[in-house]
Ligand binder design. Structure first.
Ligand code: PBG
Length: 309
């Protein structure tokens, strides 16, 4: 009766990984309970997800190694894994929203999100590639384009490119405040970029975990360039950022409960150190309490099942 925050399945976005082949389910050891699915199995799983009342998925590819290149050109191949998955999903589960990630890291042989020249990520050159990637994904059926690359100026360029291609209905969810975080490890395993990246980091384009004002500046820029929704990522270590972004701008604010946040709970639960289900539900409730309108999480379908009793 006096509870202030109610979590419902429609608050959740399921994070998912797609892989090549048919009838393939490759478990991801560092993300217990998660697997990369071939398009046919992904479609089946997505029917169940929609039936649970989850409105959307966020989709990431495990690009076959031989298709990864220094420039990441597979990102804008209209027959790449993500585009094929989108077309299949829109045929079979048309009312499940698809959030398509825009960044080059699943496609580059070096694992960075942008174009790498002489050891540096080149911002403006990268924008040209992101534009092509966004248009390819939107044309294939992505409802929401979510640039996670953190290059400056990408929201405006992508908005203009989508509009020019007649894709003005496609929304943009900008990863506005994305931190250079230690919590992305299992995700990089899932898309196969960990070994390519090695000891390199993404600190020249992702944010310093110590900064709040910079998050507000980044968010304001993305909104001015045309973002429909903004994201804070990771989530639990950044509840203050979620709250500040939501109250400062009032835009739909999405939080990404990232792979490391999910994996920590699973790993501790496997050791019997914590009650994993309770800790997961508590985590996601706390993220909503801080002000998130929706939460991307790998636990979405589990949580939707628990909420339905
Ligand atoms: C990169 C991207 C990352 C995630 C989503 N998009 C990782 C990174 O920046 O290296 C991480 C998500 C997660 O950890 O669950 N474009």
């Amino acid at each position: 009766m006096v509870r202030e925050t109610s979590l419902v399945p429609s608050d959740l976005i399921q994070g998912m990984f797609v892989t090549d082949g048919e009838n393939r389910r490759e478990p991801i050891p560092s993300l217990p309970g998660m697997a990369r699915l071939s398009v046919d199995l992904l479609v089946e799983e997505c029917k169940r997800i929609r039936e649970l009342g989850i409105p959307a998925i966020a989709l990431f590819p495990m690009t076959p190694q031989e298709r990864k290149t220094p420039d990441g050109s597979e990102a804008w191949n209209q027959d790449n894994l993500v585009c094929r998955a989108c077309r299949a999903l829109k045929r079979t589960v048309p009312d499940l929203g698809i959030v398509g990630d825009v960044a080059l890291d699943p496609y580059t042989s070096h694992g960075q999100d942008g174009v790498l020249i002489d050891g540096q990520i080149v911002n403006d050159l990268t924008l040209e590639s992101l534009k092509l990637q966004a248009v390819a994904q939107a044309a294939a059926g992505c409802d929401v384009i979510a640039p996670s690359d953190m290059m400056d100026g990408r929201i405006g360029i992508i908005r203009a490119a989508l509009d020019a291609e007649g894709l003005s209905q496609t929304m943009i969810l900008s990863y506005a405040a994305k931190y250079a975080s230690g919590f992305y490890g299992p995700f990089r395993d899932a898309i196969g970029s960990s070994s390519a990246l090695g000891k390199a980091d993404k600190k020249t384009y992702q944010m310093d975990p110590a900064n709040i004002v910079e998050a507000l500046r980044e968010t304001a820029l993305d909104i001015a360039e045309g973002a429909d929704m903004v994201m804070v990522k990771p989530a639990l270590p950044y509840l203050d950022i979620i709250q500040t972004v939501k109250t400062s701008f009032g835009l739909p604010t999405i939080a990404y409960h990232v792979s490391g946040e999910y994996a920590m709970v699973k790993a501790a639960a496997e050791r019997g150190w914590i009650d994993g289900d309770a800790a997961m539900l508590e985590s996601i409730t706390a993220i909503k309490r801080a002000g998130a309108d929706a939460i991307i999480t790998y636990a979405a379908s589990d949580i939707a099942r628990w909420l339905r009793g």
